[in-house]
Design a protein around this ligand. Structure first.
Ligand code: GRG
Length: 294
């Protein structure tokens, strides 16, 4: 299975890479530095999980991949925008991102704020003009992305993240934080696939439930990987941030991850579709920590 999913991920992320490259051109204008800094962050690698999830969901539901390409890239642009802002000294204060100096380290803080702003606005501009789609689909995509990245999504999650710094938080509070901060955009990604493939309401509900759980699996595995890399300066442990690992320990965190994983793929059984690739992506996410089912 894994060989197939790796080549699937590679194929799809290559499509995304080409499209991202096309969407942010280098331009010979006096303010060209905004395109230079945007390209620096957007084209710096990254797993491209969110756009690939959008493509895989659309394909699973019988939609057209070509029609999904630009909207899928918008998910990556918003994601990158949030990472740029998250790295700023007033937020998480990280010097490195995707294996390179973070954007404010390379281009300065003002440019980092502006680049995040640019990518945020540009995603919506692209969605409003996305080729092949109906106006109704475009409005649904715009509204979904605005909600999932807004106060009741990504931004709300970040507010909690800052609020809970150096505080003792409960497991429920930690779940709420990551449900907003991490699962929101992952949910938007499958919703994008559903909107473009004209999913039924029932199908939409199933993929949303799948994504919310897989989003939590993603965060728990991220915390476990971070704990295993506790020497790194960006480690949440060094910053005394509460994580699933500090709250539950590694073994119990793994157990929680597996429980959410099982629940997530259980939802897919309700679809009368070929769900292999979504299942494989879920497995790819959990196997990053090479946990074995206890
Ligand atoms: C600009 C819409 C907007 C929001 C601003 C700063 C902020 C509010 C939110 C930050 C939220 C944040 C940092 C979420 C992190 C979620 C997460 C798990 C990131 C790591 O994702 P990966 O592993 O990264 O997919 P790559 O680099 O592979 O893409």
């Amino acid at each position: 299975m894994m060989k197939t999913i790796y080549s699937y991920l590679q194929d799809k992320s290559q499509l995304i890479e080409i499209e991202l490259e096309r969407l942010i051109p280098t331009l010979d204008v006096p303010y060209h530095s905004i395109f230079d800094s945007a390209r620096y962050s957007v084209l710096a690698g990254g797993k491209r999980l969110r756009p690939v999830l959008a493509l895989a969901t659309c394909e699973m539901l019988g939609g057209n991949l070509e029609h999904t390409l630009v909207p899928a890239c918008c998910l990556e642009l918003i994601h990158t925008s949030s990472l740029i802002h998250d790295d700023l000294p007033c937020m998480d204060d990280d010097d490195f991102r995707r294996g390179k100096p973070s954007l404010h380290k390379k281009f300065g803080e003002s440019q980092a704020v502006l680049t995040g702003d640019y990518l945020l606005g540009y995603s919506f501009e692209l969605l409003a003009q996305a080729p092949y789609l109906t106006s109704d689909q475009r409005i649904k995509l715009i509204s979904t992305l605005a909600q999932r990245s807004g106060a009741h999504g990504l931004i709300g999650g970040q507010v909690l993240d800052l609020l809970y710094e150096r505080q003792k938080v409960s497991l429920d509070q930690l779940y709420q934080l990551h449900f907003l901060k991490t699962a929101s955009l992952i949910t938007a990604s499958v919703e994008f696939g559903g909107i473009i493939a004209n999913a039924t309401q029932a199908e939409m509900q199933v993929i949303q439930q799948f994504a919310m759980d897989i989003g939590l699996v993603f965060q728990i595995t991220d915390d476990i990987l971070d704990a295993n890399d506790s020497q790194s300066a960006s480690s949440d442990l060094l910053k005394e941030k509460m994580t699933f690992v500090t709250l539950l320990g590694i073994e119990e965190s793994k157990k929680h991850a597996w429980d959410f994983y099982e629940k997530a793929i259980g939802f897919l059984d309700r679809l009368d579709r070929e769900t292999t690739f979504l299942r494989d992506i879920a497995q790819f996410i959990i196997e990053r920590i090479e946990v074995r089912n206890p």
